[in-house]
Design a protein around this ligand. Structure first.
Ligand SMILES: [Zn+2]
Length: 456
């Protein structure tokens, strides 16, 4: 979803107006990791915020020089209510050192350090730092399931650990999310075309994740809370309703799992099931559906990356109109969400072409809107180094692409595919994840010729 009929005056900067503040890692003593089993371990150090600007300047010594030798998850040894795991690092020395992963946190505070202060003082853990901005250790994060590295810093006499999540991923200070959700988002964004992520980053486009509707939508757009409060749920209304003026979305803001507004894809971990006042849907374990939503929202970001949206170009509008005319009346409800606005089809088709959707969901879109898809494939994605051929699509995403065979999905099937738009939201079976075997279409080099003149 993209919100665009909101007056610009409501588009507050995303750093404003947090309505509530939850466990900031610095002041929240119950976030301090407990000692594993030995009373010898000094109380672990609480992290303080490390200056991210200073960190960004540190390009040197990113070579991995330490590894994790043990992953401790046993509830007999650690408090699993608060922590997912302790990762034991081989210090190549006599001292012990653990990276502690909280069960909830945010991009800037999910990992903590545990070690004995005496061992640090005696030089038994890591070598003395050259300066406080150079990590004393760089540890492969593979054992945690992440692809990056942990950097250990020695600042003000204490060790701090830093993991660099995707540069466009952000959790506001007033909220925390489940570590599973944070990990999933990290993996998903690492599978997004890298050059496009860099383009988003340079333009300040962000993916904001927060615990719930309160911490996300309402915190930044208080008028949305007022709207929801004054529009109680009506379980008798369908989510999408056909009216004289086309399809109408009856959801409240609280029912939306993700949206794009003001350069920000906002994706709460939890939201409220449509038609109910308080039934919570949680996406922590829903990797496929989450991936589809992030790619869709970033499809909107792509559409709006320039001052004039790609979905406003005459060529896209013409292609989309031709596709719409070809949709039989009895098939319309199945794709109603993409008939509400051509921008929704743009976002979903971009997601499909970049490998973000389940195969079934991608197939339905690519067979229903083939001309709009071709417009994006040929005229938009190459501007950002994303080259995908028809053969690539047939091989990896949808075998019958442009074959003339329409993928016929019943309304029931579509309700499963697009669970977020329906009453029957299961979010369980959204189809097979697309694994892009042929990665060649995503080119990482900077192709100046393909970059439009108005790009930075
Ligand atoms: Zn959308």
């Amino acid at each position: 979803m993209r919100i665009e009929n909101i007056a610009k005056t409501l588009l507050l900067p995303v750093v404003l107006l947090p309505l509530q503040v939850k466990g900031n890692s610095e002041g929240d003593s119950n976030k301090t990791p407990s000692i594993i089993s030995s009373s010898n371990l000094k109380e672990p150090q609480k992290p303080t915020n490390i200056n991210s600007v200073a960190l960004a300047r540190i390009i040197k010594s990113t070579n991995v020089n330490y590894s994790i030798t043990e992953v401790i998850t046993d509830p007999e040894k650690i408090d699993r209510d608060k922590y997912d795991a302790y990762y034991k690092v081989d210090t190549k020395n006599k001292g012990n050192f653990y990276i502690v992963q909280s069960s909830e946190g945010r991009t800037s505070a999910l990992f903590y350090c545990a070690y004995k202060e005496e061992e640090k003082k005696d030089g038994l853990v890591f070598p003395e730092p050259e300066d406080s901005n150079t990590p004393v250790a760089v540890v492969s994060a593979k054992a945690s399931g992440l692809d990056g590295v942990f950097e250990i810093y020695d600042k003000n006499g204490a060790y701090k650990v830093k993991y660099k999540f995707s540069p466009i991923l952000y959790t506001p200070d007033h909220s925390q999310v489940n570590s599973k959700y944070l990990f999933n988002m990290e993996k998903i964004l690492r599978s997004f075309p890298e050059r496009l992520v860099a383009e988003f980053n340079s333009r300040g486009i962000r993916v904001l994740i927060a615990k719930d509707v309160q911490d996300s939508y309402y915190a930044y757009y208080p008028s949305w809370k007022f709207h929801d409060d004054t529009h109680p749920p009506d379980p008798n209304l369908p989510i999408l309703e056909k009216t004289e003026n086309g399809w109408k979305d009856n959801r409240r803001y609280a029912n939306i799992g993700g949206l794009y507004i003001d350069n920000t894809a906002i994706m709460p971990q939890q939201w409220i099931k449509y038609g109910t006042s308080d039934e919570i849907i949680d996406r922590s374990d829903k990797f496929v559906a989450t991936k589809g939503t992030v790619f869709h929202e970033l499809g909107h970001a792509l559409d709006y990356i320039n001052s004039s949206p790609f979905s406003d170009t005459e060529s896209y509008k013409t292609a989309y109109s031709k596709d719409v005319k070809n949709i039989a009346e009895d098939k319309q409800e199945a794709v109603a969400y993409f008939l509400m606005a051509r921008r929704e089809a743009f976002a979903e088709l971009s997601a499909a072409l970049m490998g973000g959707l389940s195969k079934n969901r991608a197939a339905l879109m690519l067979s229903t809107f083939p001309q709009a898809a071709e417009n994006i494939r040929k005229r938009v994605l190459p501007k950002f180094g994303v080259e995908i051929s028809i053969d690539d699509i047939r091989k990896d995403i949808y075998p019958d692409y442009l074959s003339g065979k329409a993928k016929t999905a019943s309304l029931e099937e579509t309700r499963e595919l697009f669970g977020m738009f329906t009453h029957n939201e299961s979010f369980e079976d959204l189809g097979e994840v697309i694994l892009l075997k042929n990665k060649s279409f995503v080119r990482q080099d900077t192709d100046k010729q393909k970059t439009p003149a108005n790009k930075i």
